[in-house]
Design a protein around this ligand. Structure first.
Ligand code: TYD
Length: 226
């Protein structure tokens, strides 16, 4: 099967990036990874080249930063240091992985991106959502997703889903529900301000229903570009 090309639109008035950049966002336990995997499978079966990736991580240095910032046992990590670690991981990810894949015409699906820092560090850690967004825009040289899928999860429900089978919680996950409630509000606020580039779905909906709605929205975008 020939790979459908996303490279047809070279109009200077439109986005010059040939690929498609999709981010999954949401609180811990929202089911982002499941939906990212489902979308990647569907698009691959339609013949698209897909790169699935995640944050923090996605590059060797990003994966090292991931364990430094998420694992317990590295002593105190103050909020600004934490924000800079996520931003450093993201800079490497955007420049070394995401941009090159988009330039090749791939669909890039990332599990978390800038909005996670805006929500967790900006709102959760109270560093200010504007400052954290600006830091990350600098880190990524302004690389924004074409679509962000926000899986909206109630904090208590997210905790129940991520601790199934007594799975250990990382540094951020183990923060209290009140912290996770601030994060949820911050995600929803960003999404409300940008309805054209966000798809907000209740994380509690059945997996197949969510997967179908996400695929439909992505196909709409692909169709509008053809
Ligand atoms: P995630 O990879 O979604 O966790 P898991 O693989 O365990 O499901 O995210 C790890 C944690 O990092 C999560 O609690 C959210 C947090 N995080 C931030 O605080 N800021 C960020 O910028 C990112 C990307 C993640």
């Amino acid at each position: 099967m020939t790979t459908p090309s996303l490279q047809q639109d070279q109009s200077p008035t439109k986005d010059l990036r040939p690929g498609l950049f999709i981010a999954f966002e949401g609180g811990d336990g929202a089911g982002k990874s499941t939906q990212a995997a489902r979308l990647a499978e569907s698009l691959e079966s339609l013949g698209f080249a897909v790169l699935r990736t995640r944050e923090p991580g996605g590059t060797p240095i990003g994966e090292k930063l991931r364990s430094l910032v998420l694992d317990h046992g590295h002593g105190t990590i103050d909020a600004r240091t934490e924000a800079l670690m996520f931003a450093a991981s993201r800079a490497a990810h955007a420049n070394q992985v995401i941009r090159p894949a988009l330039a090749r015409g791939s669909v890039v699906i990332t599990d978390r991106y800038i909005d996670s820092s805006v929500a967790y560090q900006g709102a959760g850690r109270d560093l200010g959502t504007g400052d954290v967004r600006r830091l990350n825009e600098w880190a990524t040289e302004g690389l924004e997703p074409d679509l962000t899928v926000l899986l909206d999860v109630h904090p208590g429900e997210g905790r129940d889903r991520r601790t199934v089978g007594n799975a250990a919680e990382d540094r951020l996950e183990s923060e209290p529900d009140e912290f996770h409630a601030r994060i949820r509000d911050a995600f929803l606020e960003v999404a409300r301000a940008h309805p054209d580039t966000y798809l907000v779905l209740p994380a509690a909906d059945p997996i197949d229903v969510l997967a179908a709605r996400i695929l439909r929205r992505v196909q709409d975008i692909l169709g509008s570009r053809a």
